[in-house]
Design a protein around this ligand. Structure first.
Ligand SMILES: [Zn+2]
Length: 396
């Protein structure tokens, strides 16, 4: 490149530094304000460092003709700029300029990846906000509010998050790290291992949640969502209600199967949170018989309330094949009246009406009779709402 045009951009003036990284950051900070960027060309810890322009060097691969686009997009144009720094006997780092010329004009800071990286303070902020559960979009907004610098892009936030994550893991797997953190924490937690020593269930309750749960220990909603993670765990969640009608998460458990055995495993651990105080008066669930039986077994004195919305959904699903649209509407109307019955007597009358309307041998009547009527005390108004209210207003 004999006829190459060279550019003389401002040069950093020599100073002394306590470390190699201080020297490099100084040069980069200077370069950023003067239209270029630098990076390490080579370095020997505690000895010396070669610092090149980040347009220095060439791509190693042979650029083929059809790859012209990549070639033009490449940043490496063999810029000759070079700084040499070394550690002196007095322990200080100093540098000298070995080649002061660039083969390109000054470019905006944003065009250099090194200047798009976050600063140490910004990385700490990303780490802190990530830990507080902030989403990347909100982290970016928060940082921009403090400092509208051009290195703040969503990509930089993602990169910093990923880097922090790997640093935090410190070579451990995410699960090993989780257990290490749990051991040091005041969370209530437990786990169990499978035959191959892998973790197959995990129970977690945050100390603040436990405090809330012990203050508002009357009514809880227990629900299980299936296959929530890529490992196909089922997540059992328990939500409580405060006196202000707001909800809070009491605890959660990841269990391998939605069986009575596993529900019981989780509920026993939940029960331990209520040590020395009254156990929950009521637990609301959808119609999961395994969960129902586990609650009966672990909390025999708690009232189980089955969510009427789930029952309704089940009936519609079941009735669709057996009834035409009009009959289905009649049934649902009658069903609503049935579950709103205020007294036992009213319930019997309403049930009698369903039986006589459809006939006692109708498939649907048999389905209701076998599936839901035996559980009536867990969802009919006079059996649930009033009893609970009465219990809840009972003085401590
Ligand atoms: Zn250069």
């Amino acid at each position: 490149m004999e006829n190459e045009i060279l550019f003389s951009l401002p040069l950093p003036t020599s100073e002394e530094f306590d470390s190699m990284s201080d020297l490099l950051s100084y040069c980069n900070h200077f370069a950023k304000n003067n239209g270029y960027a630098v990076s390490t060309k080579y370095s020997h810890p505690e000895r010396n460092i070669g610092i090149k322009c980040d347009f220095g060097g060439v791509h190693r691969q042979v650029v083929e003709e059809q790859d012209i686009k990549r070639q033009t997009a490449s940043r490496l144009i063999n810029c000759p700029f070079l700084i040499y720094g070394r550690k002196y006997r007095d322990g200080k780092w100093r540098f000298e300029i070995k080649n002061s010329f660039h083969n390109h004009p000054p470019t905006p800071a944003i065009s250099h990846p090194v200047h798009r990286r976050l600063l140490e303070g910004q990385i700490k902020e990303v780490e802190h906000l990530t830990y507080s559960g902030c989403k990347p979009k909100n982290i970016l907004l928060s940082l921009l509010q403090k400092d509208n610098s051009d290195n703040l892009t969503s990509q930089a936030i993602y990169n910093a998050k990923q880097k922090t994550r790997l640093q935090n893991l410190n070579g451990l797997s995410p699960l090993q790290k989780l257990f290490q953190d749990l051991h040091r924490s005041d969370w209530e937690w437990d786990y169990s291992l499978g035959d191959d020593n892998s973790v197959i269930s995990l129970f977690l309750a945050h100390p603040d949640s436990i405090k809330l749960g012990r203050s508002f220990n009357k009514a809880f909603v227990v629900d299980c969502t299936y296959n929530t993670t890529k490992h196909k765990f089922n997540q059992l969640g328990v939500v409580g209600i405060t006196s202000l009608n707001t909800t809070f998460y009491l605890c959660m458990a990841f269990i391998p199967k939605e069986t009575e055995e596993w529900y019981t495993w989780a509920l026993i651990r939940m029960k331990n949170l209520f040590l020395n105080i009254e156990l929950p008066l009521s637990m609301s669930i959808d119609r999961d018989l395994a969960l129902f039986n586990s609650i009966l077994c672990v909390f025999p004195n708690s009232k189980i309330i089955i969510c009427t919305w789930h029952i309704y959904g089940n009936i519609v699903k079941n009735a669709k094949a057996k009834l035409d649209g009009e009959c289905l509407n009649v049934l649902l109307q009658m069903w609503n009246e049935l579950i709103s019955s205020k007294t036992e007597n009213e319930f019997d009358i309403n049930w009698g009406q369903i039986v006589s309307y459809f006939g006692e041998n109708h498939q649907l009547v048999l389905y209701l009779e076998n599936t839901w009527i035996p559980l009536k005390e867990h969802f009919v108004s006079f059996r649930t709402k009033y009893n609970i209210l009465e219990d809840m207003s009972r003085p401590e």
